[in-house]
Design a protein around this ligand. Structure first.
Ligand code: LAN
Length: 729
C-alpha cells in the first residue's frame, strides 16, 4: 500500500514547505478580542508597524538592551517586569500562545472544509508548519497534547488536517505519520471525538460513532443524568454534537476524502462493519475506559431505542430544543462560544440548520479566528479565545506582591491593566439564564473576555482582588470599578460554594460523581461533573478575605461562614503525604501554593499548624540539587509526584510562594531556589520557555507561557519583603 518516497516527492514537499514572511504578521487586540493578521501590501505594513509584543510572540528578536545584572531579588524582579511590560497590549491586557492540546485545530479545519469556507493561504501554510514542527521526530505521530506520546486521536486528526490543507501524502513526514497510525490500528481505533469528526468529514460512517442522543436534553431537570448537571464543557460539546449526530450530517464524498479513507484505515472501507468498531480503541488513547453500563446504554440506544421506540416527533422535538439552546449559546457569547471545541461545532450546526448565507453562520466564521495564534513554529489553536483577564489579574497581583505599585515607573502599565479589567467585568445577565442552565454572571469576570461571558469562580476572584489591590490598597489609582460592582462580584462568588465547602470552576457541582460512569470521551478523566478544586477555592477565600477588609459590613455573616467552610475543605483536601493535587497547573507544586495561601488566610502557618509543616516538608523533600523544583505532567495523569529531569522556573516560583505563605522560618532553601531562578534569567530580564505548565481533565496539558514572568516576579518580590532585599548573586 505504501509508496516509498522518491527524491522527487521530497523535493516537491520541500518546495511546498514554505514559510510566510514573519515581518508581516500583526496581532490585533480589540477590547481583548485577539486576532492575527497577515499584511499583504507594503502600504499596510507602513500603516501598521510590528510591535514588540508581535515580535515576541512570533519568536523574533526584540533587540532589547541588556539590563544591569541583578544581584538582589528585587533587581531581578524589576528586570523581569521591565521585559514583561513590553508585552502589554494596547487595551491593557497580556496575551499568549495558549496551545498544548493537539485535538483542536482538526475540528476547526474540518469545519472550514465541510462548509467550504475559503482558508487564507497564510493560515493554511502556517497551520501546516505548526503541525510539522509538532510532529514527534521518532515516529511521525502526534499526541493528545504537545508533550504526549503519539495517539490515534492526535495522529489521525492532525494527519487529516494536513491533507485538508493540501499536504502531499507522499511527503515523507506524512508517510511516517501514516505508518504510526497504522501501527496503532488506524482511525477505527480512535476515540469518540475522532470518530465523530471523521464521520462529519465523510471519511468514516456514522455507525462507528457511539450515540449522542439529542433527546437527553428533553429529560426533566430532576433526572440525575440530565445534561444540565454535567460539567459545562461536556454539555456544551455534547449539545452541538448531538444535533449533528441526530441529523447524521456528513460531507459528500470527493476525491480527497476517498483517498483519506484508504490513508486512515488499515482495511478497505467497504469491508468494514462500522457498528462493530464503536468501542474499539487503541490503548494509547484509552485514558478513561468506558464502563459496561455505558456500553450497555449505547447498545440499547442503537438496537432498541432508535429503531423501535423513538417516535419521529420526539427526534424532531429534541433537535428543535437543541437548536434553541445552540442559538442561545451563540447569542449569549456573541458567537465566541464557551470554548474551542463547541465553537467549530456550533458553526457547523448553524451551517446545517440555517445555511451558508445565514447571519449565524457568517458571524461564527468571523469569530473563529479568535482561537488562532501564531508562534515561531506556525499557526495553532488556543485552548480558549485567550487568557486575557486571567494573566492580567495575575500580573497585577505579582506586581503588588513585589511592592511595585507605588513606583511611578509601573503606574501607566498598572492603570492600563486596571482599565482592561474594568472593561471586562460582566455587567448583565445572559438571556434565558435559567432555561440555558447558566450561572449568575453580573459582576463576574471570566477567564478570557467579557464577550465570551462565562463566570469562573477563580477568575472572578482574581479579577476582584487585583481591582482591590490597586483601588483600595494603594493610593493614586483611578476608582474605575465602583464599590457596587465589587459587591456584584462578591454576590456572584457567594453563589459558587459546594456543600463540601469547596468551589468548582464555572458552577457549583450539579451532579453525582457516578455520572463519571457515563464519560464517553475516553481520552480525558474527571470530565462529567464539576469538582472541588483547591485552586479555585483558594482564589475565592483570598478574595473574600480581602473584600472584608474594605467592606466589613457587606453580607458579613455569609462571607464569614463561607470562608470557614472553604478553609475546612482545603484542610480535608490535603493528602496523607502533606500535598494537594492540582487540576489546572502541573501539579502538586501548583495546588500546594494555593492551599498554603488558604491556610494562611485561616491563620495557619508553620509556627502553629502541623498541617502546614507537613505541606512544607513535602516540598522540602522534593527540592532538587540546584535549589529548584520540577515535576512532569505524569503527576497529573497518575496522581503521584513525578520528578522532572530538570528543575523548572515556574514550579520553583510556585513552591517559593507556598513556603513564604506558610511563613516557613528558614530562608536557606528559599535562597537556593531564588538563586536558581535568577541564574536562569536572561540579560534582558526575560526567562525562557521551559516545560509545559498547565493541565485539564488530568490527561491534557496546556501552556501558560506568561507564568514564567508572573510567578518568578511574585516569588522574588515576596521573598525580598519577608527576608529583606539581600544580595543573592
Ligand atoms: C481552562 C483554563 C482556565 C482554567 C482555570 C481558571 C485556570 C481554572 O482555575 C478553572 C478552569 C479553567 C477556566 C479552564 C477549564 C477548562 C478549559 C477551558 C481550560 C483548561 C482551558 C481549555 C479547557 C477546555 C475544556 C478545552 C477544550 C476541551 C474539552 C475537553 C472540551
Amino acid at each position: 500500500k505504501e509508496k516509498s518516497a522518491s527524491n522527487g516527492a521530497v523535493a516537491k514537499s520541500a518546495a511546498r514547505n514554505v514559510k510566510t514572511d514573519y515581518t508581516r504578521w500583526r496581532l490585533k487586540d480589540d477590547r481583548g478580542c485577539q486576532t492575527w493578521h497577515y499584511l499583504e501590501t507594503d502600504k499596510e505594513m507602513e500603516a501598521w508597524p510590528q510591535s514588540l509584543a508581535d515580535k515576541f510572540h512570533l519568536g523574533m528578536d526584540l533587540g532589547l538592551p541588556d539590563l544591569p545584572p541583578p544581584k538582589t531579588p528585587l533587581q531581578a524582579a524589576t528586570n523581569g517586569l521591565s521585559y514583561f511590560s513590553h508585552l502589554q497590549l494596547p487595551p491593557g491586557n497580556w496575551a499568549c500562545d495558549y496551545g498544548g492540546p493537539m485535538f483542536l485545530l482538526p475540528g476547526l479545519v474540518i469545519t472550514w472544509y465541510v462548509t467550504e469556507t475559503p482558508i487564507p493561504e497564510s493560515h493554511a501554510t502556517e497551520i501546516k508548519n505548526y503541525l510539522f514542527a509538532r510532529q514527534h521526530p521518532e515516529d511521525g505521530g502526534w499526541g493528545l497534547h504537545i508533550e504526549g506520546e503519539s495517539t490515534v486521536f492526535g495522529t489521525a486528526m492532525n494527519y487529516t488536517t494536513m491533507r485538508l490543507l493540501g499536504a502531499d501524502p507522499d511527503d515523507p513526514r506524512l508517510v511516517k505519520a501514516r505508518a504510526t497510525l497504522w501501527k496503532l490500528g488506524g482511525a477505527l481505533n480512535g476515540p469518540h471525538w475522532a470518530k465523530f469528526w471523521l464521520s462529519v468529514l465523510g471519511v468514516l460512517d456514522y455507525d462507528v460513532v457511539n450515540p449522542v442522543p439529542p433527546e437527553l436534553w428533553l429529560l426533566p431537570d430532576w433526572v440525575p443524568i440530565a445534561p444540565w448537571r454535567w460539567w459545562i464543557h461536556m454539555r456544551q460539546v455534547f449539545l452541538p454534537m448531538s444535533y449533528v449526530y441526530s441529523r447524521r450530517w456528513s460531507y459528500p464524498l470527493n476525491h480527497l476524502t476517498r483517498q483519506l479513507r484508504s490513508e486512515l484505515l488499515v482495511q478497505p472501507f467497504e469491508t468494514i462493519n462500522f457498528d462493530s468498531h464503536r468501542n474499539t480503541i487503541s490503548p494509547t488513547d484509552n485514558y478513561h475506559p468506558k464502563t459496561w453500563i455505558l456500553r450497555l446504554l449505547f447498545w440499547l440506544l442503537i438496537n432498541v431505542w432508535f429503531p423501535f421506540i423513538r417516535p419521529a416527533s420526539l427526534k424532531k422535538r429534541a433537535e428543535d430544543h437543541v437548536w434553541w439552546l445552540i442559538e442561545a449559546e451563540d447569542e449569549n457569547t456573541d458567537f465566541a462560544n464557551l470554548g474551542p471545541v463547541n465553537g467549530p461545532m456550533n458553526t457547523l450546526c448553524a451551517y446545517i440548520h440555517s445555511g451558508p448565507d445565514s447571519v449565524a453562520f457568517r458571524e461564527h466564521i468571523k469569530s473563529l479566528p479568535e482561537f488562532l495564534w501564531v508562534n515561531k513554529e506556525g499557526m495553532l489553536m488556543n485552548g480558549t479565545n485567550g487568557v486575557q483577564t486571567w494573566d492580567t489579574a495575575f500580573t497585577i497581583n505579582a506586581v503588588a506582591a513585589a511592592g511595585f505599585c507605588d513606583n511611578p515607573t509601573w503606574r501607566p502599565m498598572l492603570v492600563k491593566a486596571l482599565e482592561f479589567l474594568e472593561d471586562q467585568q460582566m455587567d448583565e445577565e445572559c438571556r434565558d439564564l435559567k432555561a440555558c442552565y447558566r450561572q449568575q454572571r453580573k459582576g463576574a469576570w471570566g477567564f478570557s473576555t467579557k464577550k465570551q461571558g462565562y463566570t469562573v469562580s477563580d477568575c472572578t476572584s482574581e479579577g476582584l482582588k487585583s481591582v482591590l489591590m490597586l483601588q483600595k490598597q494603594h493610593n493614586g489609582f483611578p476608582e474605575l470599578v465602583s464599590d457596587r460592582r465589587c459587591k456584584d462580584a462578591i454576590d456572584v462568588v457567594l453563589t459558587m460554594q459546594n456543600p463540601s465547602g469547596g468551589c468548582a470552576s464555572y458552577e457549583p457541582t450539579r451532579g453525582s460523581v457516578l455520572l463519571e460512569h457515563l464519560n464517553a470521551a475516553e481520552v480525558f478523566g474527571n470530565i462529567m461533573i464539576e469538582y472541588d478544586y483547591p485552586e479555585c477555592t483558594t482564589a475565592v477565600i483570598t478574595a473574600l478575605h480581602m473584600f472584608q477588609k474594605y467592606f466589613p459590613e457587606y453580607r458579613a455573616d455569609e462571607i464569614k461562614a463561607f470562608k470557614g467552610r472553604a478553609v475546612e475543605y482545603i484542610r480535608r483536601a490535603q493528602r496523607p503525604d502533606g500535598s494537594w493535587y492540582g487540576s489546572w497547573g502541573i501539579c502538586f507544586t501548583y495546588a500546594g501554593m494555593f492551599a498554603m495561601e488558604s491556610l494562611a488566610c485561616g491563620g495557619e502557618t508553620y509556627a502553629n499548624s502541623a498541617r502546614v509543616r507537613k505541606g512544607c516538608q513535602f516540598f522540602l523533600d522534593h527540592q532538587m540539587e540546584d535549589g529548584g523544583w520540577g515535576e512532569t505532567y505524569r503527576s497529573c495523569e497518575t496522581s503521584v509526584y513525578h520528578q522532572h529531569a530538570r528543575s523548572q522556573v515556574v514550579q520553583t516560583a510556585w513552591v517559593v510562594i507556598a513556603l513564604l505563605e506558610a511563613e516557613f522560618p528558614d530562608p536557606e532553601p528559599l535562597r537556593k531556589a531564588l538563586r536558581m531562578i535568577m541564574r536562569r534569567q536572561q540579560a534582558n530580564g526575560e526567562w525562557l520557555q521551559e516545560a509545559i505548565e498547565g493541565v485539564f481533565n488530568k490527561s491534557c496539558m496546556i501552556s501558560y507561557p506568561n507564568y514564567k514572568f508572573i510567578f518568578p516576579i511574585k516569588a522574588l518580590g515576596l521573598f525580598a519583603r519577608r527576608f529583606g532585599n539581600e544580595e543573592l548573586l
